[in-house]
Design a protein around this ligand. Sequence first.
Ligand code: GDP
Length: 194
Amino acid sequence: MQVKKSEFVKSAVYEKDYPEELNNMEFAFVGRSNVGKSSLINSITGRKKLAKTSKTPGRTQLINYFKINNQFYIVDLPGYGFAKVPKAMKAEWGKTMERYVASPRKKLVFVLLDIRRIPSQEDMDMLIWLDHHNIPFKIIFTKMDKVSNNEKFKCMKDIKKKIEFHNDDVLFHSSLNDTGREDILNYIESLLNK
Ligand code: GDP
């Protein structure tokens, strides 16, 4: 798929603020802060500053909707795992996420994991939670430029001690050289055409 147009639509907290549904499915991205979520959204849309890459925790609590090719939405969900976030903000994050996940909109959630990191408890909770709600999800390993091919398999082996996945059922991406960008776009396209 070619991305010809991508635009910010709106930020939302409550379901009433979500934009009108566009397609049979929307594509959300979630992950621990610093996993590379903003960089990945910029990479796949081909827009350097669409999702901001330098953020303060206070401004990251919103759900951001982007419209691609006037055809479907990409949804930037608030990141988790900020070290210095007050408890009340974490509770807010949980409610915002709960509302989104429980909303009847048909969605696929891309869960981003840094290839070099053992998944945190929050990463595992996210996967269990999506599974529990029967929300389809797909893992994307980020920052692939930081590992060699050998290291990639060693990292995946270590990550498998914490979470289950099949090697050919996950996606890989690097924002440095856009590796994996096409795979992600093709995957989205295959679901849009279903
Ligand atoms: P977010 O908090 O998940 O939105 O993460 P950002 O996109 O802001 O990225 C966090 C940091 O990781 C920044 O310093 C990025 O430059 C860096 N980063 C993100 N993606 C990649 C990548 O694919 N490769 C490398 N080497 N660095 C990356």
